[in-house]
Design a protein around this ligand. Sequence first.
Ligand SMILES: [Zn+2]
Length: 388
Amino acid sequence: MTYENTLPTKIQGSVRNSLIRLFQKWKGTTYVPPSTHEALKWSARDPLPLLSAVTDAHWQMISKDKKNKVVKDDTERVQTNFVTAKGSVPVNMKRKSANEETSETFKKQRTLKSHDTSASSSAGLLWDGDDYSCAYDALITVLYDTWTNNTDQWTKIFYGINQEHLKPLASGFKKYLMGVDDILLEDVRDVLRERLHAKHPTEFPTGAAGASVAGLAARIFHTNTTSASASVECTQCDYKEDLVDHRLGLVLHKMSNRSESTGSWLKNLEHHTSKKCPDCSQPLQKSISYDLPPPLLIFEINSNNITLSKAIGFEEDGMKLLQLKGMVYHGGFHFTSRIVSSDGAVWFNDGMTTGRQCGKDGDLETMSNRKLMKCRGKKLVLAVYTLV
Ligand SMILES: [Zn+2]
């Protein structure tokens, strides 16, 4: 394909695994070349997963210093909370539901290379010191990595959410990936930024001033297409109203300081209602739930009491899983990000220090909640989940 000039210039690799991985990121893992032999074909049922990022062995001088440090991970719970969709068995809100499952990963020792900062194939953005850009850099790093997991599918999803910001974002990502006009992710960012600044100049300022990354997420993912339902029930008797339609966005903002996981937060979305029960005059409770699992969901985190669920189950014609895909951190007037690649590796990016590279931070499975909630002294402010 390189010979025929039909391969984007971004797809280059000196060894086979990195070349195939880039090709998979371009075409999606479901793409089967037409000339593939019948016996070799893969499908959704028998998939060829995205090859994991393999760093080719590099030379290293052996010294007497301890090269490998052994890190003990805390025993941790891999949280998988299931959200009951409309029409399925009602969940008793007073106790943990029966379909909420947790599994334990046992204390195990992991050996991490002390200098494991090899670059992923994910891309970060260079921070703009004239017009502070870290809020955009952090979120776009997460979104670009999400989009490259299946470019066709995510382009469709982005178009479906909104045309104003996500359509140009997806086409900008495509141009960058294909090497069209030497477009950089920073150019894609600046176009988005100018559009937002023109419309909301105080919320998205230029110069040495910051923007709220949660506000940015809320603007970029503004949508009228997600549908959700609200159910109103009495807190005391069996009084229950019919389900009604309710608008729920893709960015969830924290309201209470309740200690909970993101999964139980999603399962117990409640909106205040001052209405009283017509039967017994006790307070009514209004619970909101998505009708279908959203393709992407962003939680704004502004409490230390949150446990980050690594996956959130959604019961809808079988089990759909929302996976933790990216995290944005804030502290010292600066945003950084972490992304979770499809093989579960966690990568760190800071436009100011790592720039366009991402450095490996560990594996999601073995990272404790404490490690996920903080990153190099900064606190978690956004958690991005995607449906896989
Ligand atoms: Zn009542």
